[in-house]
Structures are given as structure tokens and as C-alpha cells.
Design a binder for this molecule. Sequence first.
Ligand code: C2O
Ligand code: CU
Length: 483
Amino acid sequence: MTDFTRRRFLAAFTGTGLSAFAGCATPFSRGGRGPSPPIGEGDQDSDETFNPPTYTPPEPTPLPDPDVKRTLRATAATITLGPNATSQSWVYDGQYVGPELRVSEGDIVEVALQNDLPAVTTTHWHGIPLQNAMDGVPYVTQDPVTRGSSFTYTFRAEPPGTYFYHSHVGLQLDRGLLGPLIIEEDDPHIDYDREFTVIFDDYLNQPPEPLSDDGRDGMGGMGGMMGSDVRPPYTGLLADGRLPSNPRTLDVAEGERIRFRFVNAASATEFRTRLAGHQMTVSHVDGRPVDPVPVDEFVFGPGERYDAVVELTNPGAWQLRAAAVKGDESPARLDVRYGGHDGTPQAPDWGGRRLQYHDLHARDKISVSGSPDRVYDLTLSRAGRSYTWLIDGQAYPNAEPLDIREGEHVRFRLRNHSPVTHPMHLHGHFFRVGDALMDTIRVPGHMGQVSLDFRADNPGNWLFHCHNLYHLESGMARVIRYV
Ligand code: C2O
Ligand code: CU
């Protein structure tokens, strides 16, 4: 489709720089990698040396004057994850996690992204079905924002729900360019006294790099069979930017009802989540309200959000934990402490009732039913021994767009030919799976199948991709194109 190669594309996007790849087929193989360069070095030319792909950024449609105006400054900063644990990284407004943007349903929101990074960047508003020109996908919906310049995103805050924003360039999300975005609903279907947003993430104490191409040893050096996966060498799992050795404590009172807004902002970690001593009642999925489901635990993948209400009826000191489904780091942790209970917080036992997708029943009207106007059968797989992940045999950006027409009921039938779970995310639309609406869904490994349906009601060019960032970077994406 274009003459640029994927490797050049990756180099330009990851901020690791073209030089890292020069003359070296497996630049990050075990033993072959020197110390990490200081952040930002080696990518000084990344926004000048690249032939962009073929999509013409759409013209934005003007919106009314903003109700909320913010600036987000993307910058290199030193972040603190716990005592004696600081790290150089790239973040928004000098803080990790980035500032919570909290707006009301229907607000016109204007956010000026100021790029003070030593690389190009964009910001994506994950889950919000905004107009295409504001979606923040480089070379698809906009040109990337160059160093020292800015881009203003404007959108109407709807529908209400729990979202997050993050960089959509290369592996920048795994540096920490992310933050929560909450659109408060006028009329929630659940009762609660207070709410807390909780961001789970995996933490890399070095600049992220694409995983190895040779299928054996990746940057984590885990070794792997054909088709299996490697993970980056994470140093820990974080809740709200803190290591489990330094957890945030929520001081609570018996009888309170707390709404948690859980966001999985990790780049390569599925979390199994549970609060000791309590059930959670799941009330929203990817921001959309569902009939409340009481569970003991739930699992969620990168890009997914779950809201849950907890009734505080069991005084004590308790840990809320999010453990990696695959990965041996200590679980991310948050403490919930009732007044007067000073002891060591108790860790949860695992087991009991775990949320399943088929437990979820949307409270919104679902705009697709019956038979689709257009069906795509798409396999998810890995390209042999190379660390390249494919949608229907193709690696983005050397991949055909999936064409649809406005108004159509579209169905994707996904079939996972790899042993690895893929959290697949669609931009610009909610889709229906079973009786639920969501924007990200885990497709289980070993021939797992998911059928998702959506109404083509938001024209533009939209990315559909795996939200494992390393899979995405290696090619696991397609553009959905309205024709
Ligand atoms: Cu969180 Cu392409 O998105
Ligand atoms: Cu994947």
C-alpha cells in the first residue's frame, strides 16, 4: 500500500530512533543490548525522517464554545512510585498517573495538548465515540504533534462513563503518558456515597522497546514457543502510580457505599482484581451501565474499564489486589481501612464467583440486532517465529483497511489462532457482544471466538487493534474505513 517498511514505521514511532535499528536485524536480542540510552536520546530526528501512510486527516467539524478548557503538557519528568523508587519517564503535566479530567455529561471539552517531549506524540481519548478528527491516531486521524507544538482536541463529553486518555504514538503509553477521564452521568442507576478512580498499570523502569523479532528471547528474555508471548521486563505492578510496597490507603467508614472506577491502563498485563472481605457489584463496563452483577472478582485486560460498587459492611483493614494473570510481579495493591482498624491489611483469597462477559446486560438501548449487513471473519495470529502479530494475516500499516458504509450493521467474527489473549479495541464506536456494550474485549487464546456487532454511525477512519501495546506496535491493527 505504501513504500515504507514496517521497521521504519516502528522506528519512527517508538522513540527509540532509527539508529537503534541500523544494520541490526534483532536489535534487542538477549545479551546484545547495551544500557538503555537516556530517555529522548536517539529520536531527535524521528519527526523528520518518515514517509507517512496514506490516510488524509479529516477536517474537524466545529463544536460550540467549550464548557471545560484544559491544557495537558506531555513532558519528560522524574516520577516517584514509592520510597526509593523514582524513575525518569514521559508523562502528562509532570505527574504519573496523569491528571484526572472530570467533566459532566454533555460538556464541550477542549484540551490543548502541548508537546514538550523530545519526540512526536498524540493523545487518544480511549472509548469516547468522538468525531474522527479528534481521535488522536497518528497518520490516520491527524499528523503527529511535533516537538514544541500543540494540538487542540475538542469533543462533546458523551456518553457518560469511565474512560482514559493516552498517547497513541509507538510505545509511549508504556512510559506513563496516560490519565483517567471521567464523564459524570446526570442520573446514575446505582447508589453510592463516594467514588474512587483506580488505575492499574505495569511499570517499566527503562524506555520501552519493541519486543524481539526472533521469537525466542524478547527484551524480557522469557524464551518462547512458536506463537506464545513474551512480556517486557516489568519491575512492578502499580495501583494509582504506586508500587505494592507503598500502597494508597482509602479510609472508609462502616456502612458507606463506594463506587470504584477501575481502569486497566497497562500495556501488556491482564489483571485479576479482588477486594478482601467484600463482594463487588459490577455496575458499568467500558463506561456503559449494566444491570448490577455481584461478584467476588473480575479479570480485565488492557483498555478495559469496570465500575463496581462495594458496600462496606465488614469492618477491618483489607487489601484490594490486582494480580497479573500472566506474570510473576507482586500484585498491584490498594488498602481499604475502616476507622479504628490499624492492623496489617488482610490480603484476599482468590476464588469464588468471577465475572464472565455473559453476566453483563447493558442498560442502554442496543442499536444492533438481527442479521448484519456486512460480516468480516478475522483471524488473530502470530507470524511464525517472528514477533509480529497479525489480523487476518496482515501486519499494520501494511494492511488493507476494512471497508464499511455508514448506517450498516457490521459484524466482526474474531477467531484467535494463537495461545495468547488479545484485548481487541475498536475506536469511535461501542460494539455489542452478547447482551453487553463495550469498546474492548478479550479474545481468549487457543481458538477463542468472539462475535461483535456495531452500527456504523460515526464516519471516518478508525483503528481496530489489540490493546497489548507490543502486539499493536508489531502490526496487530487495521483501519476501519467508511466508504
Ligand atoms: Cu486505548 Cu487505540 O487505544
Ligand atoms: Cu494481542
